[in-house]
Design a protein around this ligand. Structure first.
Ligand code: UFG
Length: 334
């Protein structure tokens, strides 16, 4: 399949691009480098041994996008391009609504005009808010979003449903849990700008001495050790879920389908720290601090639907992910 990957130079987009090539697809990347870097494209080429088709554009340029879809005979789109920092979205909501929603609308408009009807969309477990029960299934109630980033994901899901009803769009919405790790080659991974918000980049930067110590945000949650529990999914497993989603769309599954992409298991912050130390033989100084505002205690997926209907399940462990994250961090400093 010829697949347009928006945000293909980003963390998840770049690794999914390598998996697309491995699976025999032909990726075409668009990215505006608003939160990614050009060397990533060279590293994708190193891993795949293939020359990449790439366009530096903003996905909000609908005309250009339409032309790219036509010129490259695109069969399906994987739409990653979006802003994703929760805190920044609270400080700068308009930037988030503009980029994430205008971006999606532009992609859908260009697809409609070019006659492309299959899309895989990056949604998030954030749409569930603080869940009533875990593991979370896809039919759990969606909670009112607590920040503009989460709101853009809920709105985007609704836009995709409406576009499907009206225009015959076929969409797979993948609700990611907590993506971590890096490509095992050490050539692709997360590139947080400034101080990381997410746990694992903070852990790797602390282990590397870039940060003095990690703060564990609360040890008084109703969890086995009191620290927050999340479903950490290796980014390579997550990338593979997109290939499974394309196959699912290709086998004429019409309409909108939604899948949780997680491991089905929760790990606490303290477990992540201990596991990181064990597999990498490096210490992570930490202290217990207060809860972070907006955080929830426990969140992990039921991954059964994805296994049953997409034939996908996570294969890699927390250990694998933390090893790969550390290799990536060390390579970044070279
Ligand atoms: N944590 C710390 N210290 C830190 C950073 C995080 O203790 O320095 C804890 C958090 O309190 C939480 C866990 O580590 O318990 C994971 O936090 P992350 O910030 O890595 O991830 P979140 O679960 O808060 O958020 C992630 C994504 C969001 C998404 C959300 C819900 O980053 O984009 O999952 O799906 F919205």
């Amino acid at each position: 399949m010829n697949v347009l990957v928006t945000g293909g130079a980003g963390f998840i987009g770049s690794i999914t691009t390598t998996e697309l090539v491995s699976a025999g697809h032909k990726p075409v990347i668009v990215d505006n480098f608003s939160n990614s870097q050009k060397f990533v494209l060279d590293n994708i080429e190193k891993i795949t041994g293939k020359k990449l088709d790439f366009y530096e554009i903003d996905v909000r340029d609908t005309d250009k996008l339409h032309e790219i879809l036509k010129t490259n005979n695109i069969d399906a789109v994987i739409h990653f391009a979006a802003y994703k920092a929760v805190g920044e979205s609270v400080d700068n909501p308009l930037k988030y609504y503009q980029n994430n929603l205008d971006g999606l609308l532009s992609v859908l408009d260009a697809m409609k005009n070019a006659g492309v009807s299959n899309i895989v969309f990056s949604s998030s477990a954030t749409v569930y808010g603080d869940p009533d029960t875990v593991p979370i299934t896809e039919n759990a109630t969606l909670k009112p979003p607590t920040n503009p980033y989460g709101a853009t994901k809920q709105m985007a899901e609704q836009i995709l449903r409406d576009a499907s009803n009206a225009h015959g769009l076929n969409a797979v919405l993948l609700r990611y849990f907590n993506p971590i790790g890096a490509h095992p080659s050490g050539l692709l991974g997360e590139l947080p700008i400034g101080t990381p918000n997410n746990l694992v980049p903070y852990v790797t930067q602390t282990a590397a001495g870039i940060r003095n110590k990690l703060t564990v945000f609360g040890d008084d949650y109703d969890t086995p050790d009191g620290s927050g529990v999340r479903d950490y999914i290796h980014v390579v497993d997550l990338a593979k879920a997109h290939i499974a989603a394309l196959d699912f769309l290709d086998s004429e599954n019409a309409g909108v389908d939604v899948f949780n992409i997680g491991t089905g298991t929760g790990s606490s912050v303290l477990e992540v720290i201990q596991t990181f130390k064990k597999v990498n033989d490096v210490t992570v100084p930490y202290e217990i601090g207060p809860r972070r505002s907006g955080d929830i205690g426990t969140c992990y997926a039921s991954a059964e639907k994805a296994q049953k209907e997409l034939g996908w399940k996570a294969e890699l462990s927390l250990e694998d992910a933390l090893k790969d994250a550390w290799t990536w961090q060390q390579n970044l400093e070279k």
